[in-house]
Design a binder for this molecule. Structure first.
Ligand code: SF4
Length: 349
């Protein structure tokens, strides 16, 4: 799309929405809009439910919630446990707790009325920038710029923005703002959502059916399905460490409980060094330590390479073999144990 073409493309998008809007239980569709305003309670409830959840999954939950609690005041007066039980299955339970908090603020402090601007909505519990803009646009027709992953994709394609996400976010938001009209901004926001969900889909955009294809730079360049580009995720660092498996003649094992705080907090494991770029060897007792293996394990934020040492020795504080269950070890320590076992001759029962 070229600068100056936004209003023509926006008009085509709204005309398509008037013909093809998806029917949703919380939506006041284009045919009913004359004289009917969307209920802010319904818009808010649906937008909170839709955070990280699909439209298909939300429909029944929305119907049940609004049948049981028809107004925000009814929801505010509900028992916490009843709301949590109705929410069960939608996941991300912090959302349900924030939902109740928000309902109570609106019912008790704001006289049961949701504020009508994105800026005010953002001050309420559980309402972030996207949700605030969506409610302000859909329920109150504020020309707020509503940008989620769907909108980023459509906009990146319309303008053929090749800069990768997340760095391109600011540019895509600015372009989405250019497309947001002063008239019917709520329907525009919903049209963008529908377009992204049904036609301008992530892998297979159906440009032949698209109402704004005449203005789409990515379609013209044949790169629609490649956009938006995404920056490669940063490489995980690798940390190193030493692990020591000490066994006495009876096969009893030297174990330690990890500190409560931190990774694998409170879990049982083998003594060892810190896990870092340059750990120092730190055998737990003097013995003839033999290096037997290298264990690799990946945690959420780093890869770990552990050098495993084994010694036959005697000492205090060993755990009787019968009281030690390798199955109870965290996975990385299981790997250490398995590595040690493979290097040792079988133990007497
Ligand atoms: Fe998306 Fe294709 Fe429409 Fe462009 S023409 S907005 S790529 S569906």
């Amino acid at each position: 799309m070229r600068y100056g073409e936004e209003s023509a493309a926006g008009a085509a998008l709204i005309a398509w929405y008037d013909r093809a809007a998806r029917v949703m239980p919380w939506r006041v569709g284009p045919a009913e809009r004359a004289g009917t305003r969307p209920d802010p309670y319904h818009v808010w409830l649906s937008e909170v439910m839709l955070q990280q959840t699909t439209v298909a999954a939300v429909r029944d939950y929305f119907r049940r919630f609004t049948a049981r609690w028809p107004t925000v005041g009814d929801l505010a007066a509900a028992e916490d446990a009843a709301v949590m039980a109705e929410w069960a299955g939608l996941g991300y339970y912090a959302r349900a707790r924030n939902l109740l908090k928000c309902a109570r603020v609106v019912a008790q402090d704001l006289g049961g009325r949701f504020p009508g601007t994105a800026a005010e909505l953002r001050t309420l519990p559980g309402i972030g920038p996207y949700t605030a803009a969506a409610i302000a646009a859909i329920a109150f027709d504020e020309p707020a710029v509503v940008v989620d992953g769907n909108v980023e994709r459509v906009v990146a394609r319309l303008w053929a923005v090749e800069a990768p996400l997340p760095g391109a976010k600011a540019e895509l938001t600015e372009l989405a703002g250019r497309l947001t009209p002063a008239v019917r901004p709520g329907d525009h926001a919903q049209a963008m959502m529908d377009l992204g969900a049904t036609i301008c889909t992530p892998r297979g955009p159906v440009c032949a059916l698209c109402p704004v294809s005449d203005w789409c730079a990515a379609r013209a360049q044949g790169i629609a399905a490649e956009l938006p580009r995404k920056a490669p995720k940063p490489e995980k660092p690798t940390r190193l460490g030493f692990a020591y498996v000490a066994l006495d003649a009876a096969g009893d094992v030297l174990l330690e409980r990890r500190p409560e705080k931190g990774l694998l907090g409170g879990m049982i494991g083998f003594p060892g060094s810190e896990w870092s770029a340059e750990p120092a060897p730190c055998p737990p007792l003097a013995a003839d330590w033999q290096e037997v293996h290298t264990v690799r394990h990946t945690f959420t934020h780093f890869h770990l390479t552990l050098r495993v040492f084994v010694a036959r020795t005697e000492g205090e504080g060993f755990t009787p073999r019968a009281a030690f269950s390798p199955a109870a070890l965290p996975t990385v320590m299981r790997k250490v144990w398995d590595a040690a076992q493979s290097a040792l001759s079988p133990q007497p029962e």
